[in-house]
Design a binder for this molecule. Structure first.
Ligand code: G16
Length: 544
């Protein structure tokens, strides 16, 4: 095998964001852009010689090119083996499971998640550590530092690996095992959930639609829902992954899954609707006449997890990202278990899960997961919902209403302002930050009194690390909340996210329209931050 050392020059823009390095395909296609980033990852790690690396992606445009490059660089740097999904496919949660299951050193997850694909779309690379989860900040910071000074990378002079052929291949002296992307993951799901009960529910006429959005969950959903659980053929729609996601936007929200939402709101629609995103870690849950917000879904799954065999002993604790509503906190309080509030980004859950302090985690950004892997997991959430429905024999709507009657309802919405000028967005957040010390104690309108106002700092209780400036939060005495932060996953300009929440007690009104219920907070947030005036936008780009 000939190892080649190729000279290169650094790129200044390879700082990993909330979840790896996400850029336009046009940026990734620049000479040595992929090579620089992957070599910088390996340069920031110790002790991987002879060990196994997992590589998988969501099948988006440029995956095949990047995977072949990654294999050659891994071979030249001394990895002993690469495990790669057939045709380069591995959903993000499946990649996490494969890393854990085969005790790999780590993995490269190639995805830009829910962002559009295709030559004009986005691409991304993320490194996951041996626990199966996204690398913590100390590694991503080291990678970024390395990208700024890198002057060469290593590769081997070897042909492309036939990724369509399951079995053993070679790249130089390194073994490349092409594996079935679904089998191990499907076995894990079977071990967690009551498959016979779910099968029985389908057999007795329960209907669902699962929209795979032309993305990576298609093969998983076909195999598990239609194959193992006997849901009728046609339950899974858009189930064949395509490099540009059927020219769509694989983000499972009410904007991009509007057709399915509309169908679920009619008597002819199925009993249950669900979807997952580009790389299979996000989920959307809709019952007949009932959309379940991700924050509510987290609380409901935590409250009912014991109904699934994998969680029958109860859960150790719950963690949620700071902007996620406090609905889950009330469940944790009732169960008498730990509750943690972390910054946005799944990587912050890793330590808590590894330490056994939490079992279920979730985020407002359509992500829920558990200690079974170290990523959020779209199909897992769908299967846990199915398990709960099969055991409780109630509709989603009934279950949600009962939950609110027990714990109260956290009305919740997120307003996104996308592709805002980065300087304007930065200044807006900075100016709001400066107002914070003057806010506590102030009254707004008849019933809003500020209880606290700060920029969230997280102190990791497991490793003692601190992450500052994770989002501005203004909390009120009635448990309402305004949160504002800049997204760390956008690829063009800045995305401003405004999160609004209001609590209504168990005996309060639970049937208000969400935007109406939050109207006073929406108006106040705009007064305080001047979003509309400064950005020149009259409406958010997306409301979820
Ligand atoms: C990623 C992260 C999540 C985060 C989301 C949104 O999800 O894994 O933890 O909540 O981005 O982050 P931001 O608000 O910074 O854009 P995904 O599904 O895009 O990988």
């Amino acid at each position: 095998m000939t190892i080649q050392t190729i000279e290169t020059t650094p790129y200044a823009d390879q700082k990993p964001g909330t979840s790896g390095l996400r850029k336009r395909v046009s940026v990734y296609s620049q000479p040595n852009y992929v090579e620089n980033f992957i070599q910088s990852i390996f340069d920031s790690l110790d002790g991987y010689e002879g060990k196994t690396l997992v590589i998988g992606g969501d099948g988006r445009y440029y995956n095949d090119v990047a995977i072949q490059k990654a294999i050659r660089i891994a071979a030249a740097n001394g990895f002993g083996k690469v495990l790669v999904g057939e045709n380069g496919l591995l959903s993000t949660p499946a990649a996490s499971h494969i890393i854990r299951h085969y005790k790999a050193f780590g993995g490269l997850v190639l995805s830009a998640s829910h962002n559009p694909g295709g030559p004009e779309g986005d691409f991304g690379i993320k490194y996951n550590i041996g626990n199966g989860g996204p690398a913590p900040e100390k590694i991503t910071d080291a990678v970024f530092a390395r990208t700024k000074v890198i002057d060469s990378y290593k590769t081997v002079d070897a042909p492309d690996v036939a990724l369509g052929e399951v079995g053993q291949h070679w790249s130089g002296d390194m073994v490349v095992e092409v594996i079935d992307p679904v089998a191990d993951y499907a076995a894990l799901m079977k071990s967690l959930f009551d498959f016979p009960a779910i099968r029985e529910m389908f057999a007795s006429g329960f209907t669902m639609t699962f929209d795979a959005m032309h993305a990576v969950t298609g093969p998983y959903a076909h195999a598990i829902l239609e194959g193992m659980l006997d849901a009728p053929r046609g339950t899974v729609i858009n189930g064949t992954p395509s490099p540009d996601f059927g020219n769509g936007h694989p983000d499972p929200n009410l904007v991009y899954c509007k057709e399915m939402f509309d169908l679920l709101m009619t008597p002819q629609g199925p009993d249950f609707g669900a979807a997952s995103d580009g790389d299979g870690d996000r989920n959307l849950i809709i019952g007949k006449n009932r959309f379940v917000t991700p924050s509510d879904s987290l609380a409901l799954l935590a409250a009912n997890a014991h109904l699934a065999p994998g969680y029958k002993g109860g859960i150790a604790g719950i963690a949620r990202s700071m902007p996620t509503s406090a609905a889950a906190d009330r469940v944790a309080e009732k169960l008498g278990i730990e509750m943690h509030e972390t910054p946005t980004g799944w990587k912050f859950f890793g330590n808590l899960l590894d330490a056994g302090r939490v079992t279920i985690c979730g985020e407002e950004s359509a992500g829920t997961g558990s200690s079974h892997v170290r990523e959020k997991d779209g199909l897992w959430a769908v299967l846990l919902w199915l398990n709960i429905l099969a055991v409780r024999k109630q509709s989603v709507d009934e279950i949600v209403r009962e939950h609110w009657a027990t714990y109260g309802r956290n009305y919740y919405t997120r307003h996104d302002y996308e592709e805002v000028d980065a300087a304007i967005a930065g200044k807006l957040v900075e100016d709001l930050r400066e107002q914070l010390p003057s806010l506590p104690g102030r009254n707004f309108g008849d019933d809003l009194q500020v209880a606290y106002a700060d920029d969230f700092t997280y102190h990791d209780p497991v490793d003692g690390s601190t992450s500052a400036k994770q989002g501005v939060r203004i909390g009120f005495t009635d448990a309402s909340r305004i949160v504002l932060r800049l997204s760390g996953t956008g690829t063009v300009g800045a995305t401003l996210r405004l999160y609004l929440e209001r609590y209504e007690a168990p005996d309060g009104r639970h049937d208000l329209e969400t935007q109406m219920a939050l109207e006073p907070l929406i108006a106040l947030a705009d007064d305080l931050a001047g979003v509309k005036q400064r950005t020149g936008r009259q409406e958010p780009s997306v409301i979820t």
